[in-house]
Design a protein around this ligand. Structure first.
Ligand SMILES: C[S@@+](CC[C@H](N)C(=O)[O-])C[C@H]1O[C@@H](n2cnc3c(N)ncnc32)[C@H](O)[C@@H]1O
Length: 396
C-alpha cells in the first residue's frame, strides 16, 4: 500500500475553495466523497472534529445538510467563510477593495504598521514582508465585518504563508533558509495580494446547494442537535501522535487576532484533544486518570512509561477524551446512523498505539454494531504507520 497523496490535503489544493489554505491535518475531499457514496440516503451529517471544514464543504456541494463542531475559533471562522454563498455584489466588492488596497499599500512604503505579538517575529518574515503584511492588514482591518472582508482575509492568510520563512507542510514545522526563499518587497508587493484576491473570488463564485451549520464547541460534550438527529458521522479526529494543530495555525491566529499572547495558545491546546503545546505539556505532566478498561491498554501504557511518563500520560488522556466524546455522541445520533472515523495509529519508542483497534473496542463497548476497520493508506516512510477508517452503526 503506498502513501496515496490524493487521500491527503494535497489533493484539495487544486480544488477551488478546498484549496484556499493549506492545512496539513485536513483530509482529502476524495475520502469524504467516497464515504458519502457508501451512504446515499443520509440526510444530516455531523463532523465533530471539523478542522478547515472539508466534510461540510463536500456535503454543501452535494446538497446534504451538515453540522460541524470544532474547538478552534480560527478554524470555525475559516470553515464558515469556505462554506458561505456569495452574491455577485460581494464578489465585485471584494475585487474592487482588493485592488484599492494593493494600490494604497504600494504607495505607502514607509510609516508604522501593526504587526502581531509573535515572539521572534523576524524569524517568520523579513522586515520587507512584515511591512507589506502590516500595511495590507491595516487596510483590511478598517473595513466593517462583511463577506468581502472575510474573502480578503483569506487572501491575506495565503500571503502570510507565501512570504513566511516557515515550512508549513510538515508537523515539525521548520524555518527555511531565508536567503533562498524570500521574494523581495518589490517583487512581491505590487501584484501578489491582488492575484490571490482574484483567485479566491473566482472560486467563491459557484453557489453551494445547502448551508452548513458550524458550532465552536468541545466534542467531548457535543451540543444537542438543533434540528434532526444526525444519521451519519464523517470525521477525522486528532491522532494520538503529538501533532499540535495550534503550532501550524499560530501565524494566522495572531495576525487575525484570535491569539494575543503565547499563553493563550497553550490554553487552547489544553482544551483540544491530544494538544501538547506550551502550558498543555506541564499540565499533562500532573494529569492523573482512572483506569481505562481496554484489553492490553495498561500494558501499552506501562511500556511507553518506561521511556517517557509524559508520553504515557499523553496517550492515556487522549483515549479518555475519545471515550468521553463517543459516550456523549450517542444521544445525538438517529437509529441506524453510520459512523466513519478516519484515524491514524502511532508509535512511541518501540510501542505501537493501535488507535483503530482502541476506537473499535470503545465503540463496541458502547453498543454500536457492524464495527469494521479498513486500511486507508500508509502514512509515511515508517512501515507500521497507517491511516484507517473505523466504521460502526448506531443500534435501532
Ligand atoms: C485531524 S483535524 C480535522 C481536519 C479536518 N478533517 C479537515 O479536513 O480540515 C482534527 C480537528 O479536531 C479539532 N479538535 C481537537 N479537539 C477538539 C475538541 N475537543 N472538540 C472539537 N474539536 C476538536 C482540532 O482543532 C482539529 O481541527
Amino acid at each position: 500500500m503506498n502513501r496515496q497523496p490524493d487521500l491527503t490535503f494535497k489533493h484539495n489544493l487544486k480544488n477551488g475553495r478546498h484549496g484556499w489554505l493549506r492545512l496539513t491535518p485536513a483530509y482529502s475531499i476524495k475520502v469524504v466523497e467516497q464515504l458519502l457514496d457508501r451512504v446515499p440516503d443520509v440526510t444530516h451529517v455531523l463532523d465533530p472534529f471539523s478542522g478547515s471544514g472539508t466534510t461540510g464543504l463536500v456535503c454543501a456541494e452535494r446538497g446534504i445538510d451538515s453540522t460541524l463542531v470544532e474547538i478552534n475559533p480560527f478554524l470555525v471562522w475559516l470553515a464558515g467563510v469556505k462554506t458561505a454563498n456569495y452574491t455577485s455584489d460581494d464578489l465585485l466588492k471584494t475585487l474592487s477593495i482588493g485592488n484599492e488596497i494593493s494600490h494604497r499599500v504600494k504607495s505607502q512604503q514607509h510609516g508604522h504598521f501593526w504587526t502581531p505579538p509573535i515572539s521572534n517575529i523576524e524569524r517568520w518574515w523579513s522586515g520587507e514582508s512584515l511591512r507589506m503584511l502590516g500595511g495590507i492588514h491595516g487596510e483590511i482591518d478598517k473595513l466593517d465585518p462583511n463577506p468581502a472582508k472575510n474573502l480578503l482575509l483569506v487572501a491575506f492568510c495565503r500571503l502570510v504563508i507565501e512570504t513566511s520563512n516557515a515550512a508549513f507542510n510538515h508537523q515539525s514545522m521548520s524555518f527555511k533558509d531565508a536567503s533562498v526563499q524570500q521574494l523581495s518587497f518589490e517583487e512581491m508587493r505590487p501584484h501578489r495580494f491582488l492575484e490571490l484576491v482574484e483567485e479566491i473570488t473566482r472560486s467563491a463564485e459557484y453557489p453551494l446547494a445547502t448551508p452548513v451549520e458550524i458550532i465552536c464547541a468541545d466534542s467531548r460534550q457535543i451540543p444537542t442537535p438543533t434540528s434532526t438527529l444526525y444519521d451519519c458521522v464523517i470525521t477525522s479526529p486528532p491522532y494520538p501522535n503529538r501533532m499540535s494543530y495550534i503550532r501550524e495555525l499560530r501565524p494566522y491566529m495572531y495576525w487575525l487576532g484570535f491569539l494575543n499572547e503565547a499563553r493563550e495558545a497553550g490554553e487552547l491546546d489544553w482544551q483540544a484533544i491530544g494538544g501538547t503545546w506550551g502550558i498543555a505539556t506541564s499540565r499533562l505532566q500532573q494529569w492523573q486518570a482512572d483506569d481505562v478498561q481496554i484489553p492490553g491498554f495498561q500494558t501499552m501504557l506501562q511500556q511507553i512509561q518506561q521511556s517517557s511518563p509524559l508520553l504515557a500520560n499523553y496517550v492515556h488522556r487522549y483515549f479518555v477524551d475519545i471515550a468521553t466524546h463517543l459516550t456523549n455522541l450517542k444521544p445525538t445520533l438517529a437509529d441506524g446512523a453510520r459512523l466513519f472515523y478516519v484515524i491514524g495509529n502511532a508509535k512511541f519508542y518501540d510501542t505501537l498505539v493501535p488507535s483503530e483497534q482502541i476506537y473499535a473496542h470503545l465503540l463496541a463497548e458502547l453498543g454500536f454494531l457492524d464495527i469494521g476497520i479498513e486500511k486507508l493508506r500508509k502514512r509515511n516512510s515508517k512501515k507500521e504507520l497507517f491511516e484507517y477508517v473505523v466504521t460502526a452503526t448506531m443500534p435501532d
